[in-house]
Design a binder for this molecule. Sequence first.
Ligand code: SF4
Ligand code: SF4
Ligand code: SF4
Length: 443
Amino acid sequence: MYGQDDKVITQSKLEKVLFNNEEYMKELKSIVMIQCVGSRNEEHPYCSRMCCAEAIKNALKAREINPDINVIILYRDIRTYGFKEKYYNIARDKGIIFIEFDENKPPEVKKENSQLNIVLEGKDVGKLKIDTDLVVLSTGIVPPEDNFDLAKMLKVPLNEDKFFLEAHVKLRPSDFATEGIFLCGTARGTANISESIAQAISAASRAVTILSKETLETEGVTAHVLEEKCLGCGRCVEICPYKAIELIEVDKQMGLFSNTIKKAHVIKVVCKGCGTCVAECPDSAMNLDHFGTTQIAPMIEEAIQVKEKEWTPRIIAFLCNWCSYAGADLAGVSRYQYPPNIRIIRVMCSGGISRSYILKAFLNGADGVFVGGCHIGDCHYISGNEYALDRLDHIKNFLGKIGIEEERFERHWISASEGKQFSEIVTEFTKKIEMLGERVKNS
Ligand code: SF4
Ligand code: SF4
Ligand code: SF4
């Protein structure tokens, strides 16, 4: 009926009427508000967060203008979060009627002989028909359609609801993963005006941290291309979570012949050093400064060197810097015991653990290999662990084919706060490797 009958309006239209046309409000006998219109459904599964508070605010204002008006709010849940709960209680005290409806049977708005009415199945009151003068729809907040184009232009990600995705919800809520771009308000998702203002202040402060400097320092750990090896396949460009790699054209002269070929090029100021490109490059043409193959390979060799007199499992654990390594650290400081068989190698991101690291560990004599990363959705490099997931599942199958029991390899997502879980998981894994026994070193 919305758009067909001018007695069916949205909350924002009602707000204008309440502030500009009090006389009209005084003529009305009843208003019915319907919550969650266009929210919490298949298309928009999230809660818009402010329409419940908005409805209650408007209901109270309508009552203030016209104390005899009946206001009925039809709802699925009332979500007046924070201090707004106070207004829900005031509304109840003032006689605003709240009726819960079944989400599978939403209210229907009809018109019979010029009388608007609403038919619904209330959870506690059964089938109901309510005559009303005005129907107000609490419509939700939806992201603009051009978010997708803007995201592509700025090379920043969108979340599953098509709002912009911050670098980290707790650690960097006003930043994008891409340096120098910040976000606030309804760009991030649903937010009311005071939340948007607070976020805008935060985003502006973050921008000042850049604008106030004359020069900027790049990350120490960044990727570089071994140009002579690069095939220009573009895989690294595709997977870099920060869009820090581009393909450039390079002129090659070979005797009498010259041609133009494509090579990867890392934009150092944008690279965050996750190492995902290093692990994904099919031709080992990428490396990471300070945390690359040059550093990790000798660590693998050394970790296997130490042998006890009696056999005891030698397990290499590759742990990501931000979650699993911090989880292991927490296990230590919290005095959760775990076996000394676990020899930890820190990597920046599980996305940077290449197949060659795992194979090298086994081929050098490890009895087991363990990989720990951030939980899916919590990766500090946006999507590094998602690439790790595919790669590591693939390597597990591959191990079986080359005669190494698949059980000798495990991958777990462990957060920085899961020290206890870390100690339990690696203890179990060590017991399993003990049961499997010493692995005969492959030639
Ligand atoms: S705030 Fe209330 S009306 Fe809005 S989507 Fe959430 S539950 Fe529904
Ligand atoms: S994935 Fe490797 S080979 Fe392919 S373009 Fe990138 S660096 Fe070059
Ligand atoms: S190290 Fe990570 S951020 Fe840097 S270029 Fe490679 S994939 Fe991109």
